[in-house]
Design a protein around this ligand. Structure first.
Ligand SMILES: *Cc1c(COP(=O)(O)O)cnc(C)c1O
Length: 376
């Protein structure tokens, strides 16, 4: 782009749908806040990353594979699909790996929904990517409100479903609340949606729940041929920057997705890292322990400071600052930034009074609570 050319006068040169597009708003980065406030140490609890970092075992595997970066890997990464299938006890024909689950969300919409005809159904607020990618694909989005306590009303969702509904996206545990419905409710939803509609259950945070069987529909996929489950290596496996997620779905859908997916969107290092990460059960267990302990510490600390904390099955907590305090959520967010602590303000989710904090390591959690106490 030429420097003197503003975005506005570029618009007539691109697809008109791009004109009123608001981009995804990611968590602020450590480097950006260090520069903005001249800070040497910044703690990031904004993007639900792993508090233990990247597994040392996986780092070693990435180092070993670095020399082969000049090679194309095998299209569609079948070795990785095999490893994921084995890990889950599911046929690898049901697995599609993607460049993060973000790519799979986009791919599912493209493969299933017809622009200008079909619709996508989800809650409001929800993970922004469902809405952004649907719009980019020219597919109308219908949204049903969450209950005031952030739990799900599947009847509100079903009311909006009809013969145009191609896909229904549900996140569990939900982002940004951490709410997770019982698996029986999800099964009811899967059986109640119109026959042509696929139910996409985004389980990005399922690794953090106290008991997977209570919340995940994965063991029932064999009986439900309209359900897709999305999982990611970005959170519990500590590989957000490498970009790796996967879909578990009926083989016919996996085949359709692999037919149109850019063949090398999952890169060689991500593939090797993913296979190694699945084997590194010690890191998984340590991460889970750190997050569950940290979640309890933060929940107690936030409640002690007078905040309203939503029950969470994920690696983050949604909370409202004390109602009697005179500072808005946005002000608290900004004052924490000045102290070198990045959490997440949620205007982009339409939640003005709420904040979200990712579970950090022991030290980060304490420093966050101390800073918040000062700010409040
Ligand atoms: C973090 C997150 C993901 C994971 O996205 P990747 O593209 O795999 O990094 C997916 N869905 C939700 C709701 C998330 O919060």
């Amino acid at each position: 782009m030429r420097h003197n050319e503003t975005t506005a006068n570029l618009l007539h040169r691109v697809h008109p749908a791009i004109a009123d597009f608001t981009p995804y708003e990611p968590g602020k980065t450590i480097a950006a806040i260090q520069e903005q406030y001249g800070l040497s140490r910044v703690i990031k609890l904004a993007s639900n990353e792993n508090p233990l970092g990247t597994s040392a075992v996986v780092q070693e595997v990435i180092r070993r594979h670095a020399a082969y970066s000049f090679r194309y890997n095998q299209a569609g990464t079948p070795a990785l699909s095999d490893a994921i299938g084995k890990h889950l006890g599911i046929s690898s024909q049901c697995i599609v790996a993607g460049n993060g689950s973000d790519e799979l969300i986009d791919l599912l919409i493209r493969v299933k929904a017809r622009p200008g005809k079909d619709t996508v159904l989800t809650f409001c607020p929800c993970f922004a990517l469902y809405v952004l990618q649907a719009r980019l694909c020219g597919v109308t989005v219908r949204q049903a409100p969450l209950n005031p306590d952030m739990s799900f009303s599947f009847s509100a969702l079903l009311e909006q479903a009809d013969e145009t509904t191609a896909l229904c996206f549900v996140t569990t545990p939900d982002n940004p609340s951490g709410y997770s419905p019982a698996v029986t409710e999800l099964e009811y939803l899967a059986r109640s949606l119109p026959p042509q509609c696929l139910l996409v259950i985004d389980e990005a945070y399922m690794d953090f729940v106290d008991c997977v069987d209570k919340y995940s529909l994965l063991p029932r996929l064999g009986e439900l041929d309209n359900v897709i489950i999305l999982r990611t290596f970005s959170k519990m496996y500590g590989l957000a920057g490498l970009r790796l997620g996967y879909a578990v779905c009926p083989p016919w859908l996996a085949q359709a997705m692999l037919t149109v997916k850019p063949p090398f969107s999952v890169n060689h290092l991500a593939e090797a890292a993913g296979i190694a990460a699945l084997e590194d059960t010690a890191f998984f267990q340590a991460s889970k322990k750190a997050v569950l302990q940290g979640r309890a510490v933060l929940e107690k600390g936030l409640t002690g400071l007078g905040c309203t904390v939503y029950p969470s099955q994920a690696n983050f907590l949604l909370f409202c600052p004390p109602p009697e305090g005179n500072k808005s959520a946005q002000t608290i967010f900004e004052l924490l930034l000045q102290k070198g602590i990045i959490i997440r303000a949620l205007q982009s989710y339409g939640l003005e009074r709420h904040l979200r904090v990712s579970i950090g390591n022991k030290e980060e959690n304490i420093l966050f609570l101390e800073a918040l106490k000062e700010v409040l």
